[in-house]
Design a protein around this ligand. Structure first.
Ligand code: HGY
Ligand code: MN
Ligand code: MN
Length: 392
């Protein structure tokens, strides 16, 4: 089945009326994507299992000796996310396996769908892969709640996944010899050839590293009161501080050459006619220079609560070179400003590579995210070549 047809099977799953996809972790839409994963796996005779952290694994020849080559990505999205971020990597893995139907691998191969990569609901990115490797403590994970106060444990249970044993699964990590994640390009970062993003002549690229990435929360306290009867002089309005934080984040980012964003705010009680009693803002900061990200956030992050931090994550250059050689052609090398499960596995010491597929829109985490059918097919051929070379 082609990768385009595989993706088309998810076209209606979690489609948002406002455009894009709402497939937040452990919601109905996420569950339907997981059902699709299981159906695609079983139709190929793969052994499907769900690990203690809710990550889905589909195994080909699990009893073969040696560590596995694992390929995959994630199924969850940000609110109104694009169609490709995550699912393209998984659909490509199934389609690549179909291209290898006549091939007898010498080691196990697994396709993985990591749970809750976006962290869009509970705030911590790559929760499934971080729990797996021990980068996210079970207690910290259990303490997370979504905007409605639903805990991670409740959300998992409601989705039919036991939360009772979440936590590091190092035996499983030891079974992963190498990991390759195919992913849609998510912006036009400069390639090693000095070009801004992949081009029609270079529809595929390889990631060299993942930029450092931090998420902070700022809580601002005011005095809830009546909008129509409280004099301005008597107000304690957290929205003024919120406005200051948002502008300060942007100014500091511009001044220092990092990328910092306030993409989420929460105002209580959120009534048109009530001065808020409190407001929270979430800051996402990243950039090519880790020290600069840390120092900028040190300045503006006073009183901010660090919710997650991932250092600069270089990929194993020898492994990336081998994958590039297997694919053939002189693939451009480019950094990833976006975080990925591949980064978590790389930090756990697993040789990891990412194949990036051109996104002419240069937009991601939005309905406009896009990849041409032809480029998606090229990505599958490349992934299949890499898989063949790593399991011959
Ligand atoms: O936020 C990120 O960079 C990734 O898409 N989770
Ligand atoms: Mn992704
Ligand atoms: Mn994403």
């Amino acid at each position: 089945m082609s990768v385009v047809s595989l993706l088309a099977e998810l076209a209606d799953v979690g489609a948002s009326r406002a455009g894009g996809y709402d497939r937040l972790a452990w919601t109905r839409a996420d569950s339907k994507c997981r059902e699709w994963f299981v159906a695609q796996s079983e139709s190929r005779g793969l052994d499907v299992e769900v690990d203690r952290n809710g990550n889905l694994w589909a195994w080909l020849n699990p009893s073969l000796p040696g560590s596995a080559l694992v390929v995959g990505s994630h199924l969850d999205s940000v609110p109104r996310g694009g169609a490709f971020d995550g699912p393209l990597g998984i659909a490509s893995a199934f389609a690549a396996l179909d291209l290898l139907a006549d091939f007898a691998p010498t080691r196990p191969i697994a396709i993985v769908a990591f749970a809750d990569e976006e962290g869009a609901r509970f705030g911590v990115a790559c929760a499934g892969s971080r729990l797996l490797t021990g980068a996210l403590a079970a207690d910290t994970f259990r303490s997370l709640t979504d905007a409605d106060g639903v805990t991670t444990a409740e959300a998992m249970s409601n989705a039919g996944q036991s939360p009772d044993h979440v936590g590091a699964d190092l035996e499983r990590v030891a079974r992963i010899g190498e990991f390759i994640e195919l992913h849609v390009e998510q912006g036009h970062l400069r390639t090693s050839a000095g070009v801004d993003g992949l081009t029609p002549d270079a529809p595929l690229g390889l990631a060299t590293e993942i930029w450092p990435h931090g998420r902070w929360r700022v809580d601002l306290i005011g005095q809830q009161n009546h909008a129509g009867t409280t004099r301005l002089a008597d107000r304690v309005d957290p929205m003024l501080d919120l406005a200051r934080v948002i502008l300060e984040v942007r100014n500091a980012a511009e001044a220092s050459g990092i990328l910092a964003t306030v993409g989420r705010v929460r105002v209580s009680p959120g009534a048109v006619n009530a001065i808020p009693g409190s407001a929270s803002a979430w800051i996402d900061a990243r950039g090519s220079d880790e020290d600069r990200v840390v120092s900028v956030m040190g300045d503006i992050g006073r009183g901010a609560v660090l919710e997650s931090w991932t250092p600069t994550t270089p990929f194993d250059s020898a492994f990336v070179a081998d994958v590039g050689k297997a694919i053939g052609g002189d693939l451009p090398l480019l950094p990833s400003g976006a975080g990925h499960d591949a980064g978590v596995l790389a930090l756990a010491g697993i040789p990891t590579a990412m194949i990036l597929v051109r996104n002419p829109s240069g937009i991601s985490h939005a309905p406009e995210e896009f990849a041409e059918d032809g480029d998606c097919e090229r990505g599958v051929v490349a992934l299949a070549a890499a898989m063949r070379s790593r399991t011959a």
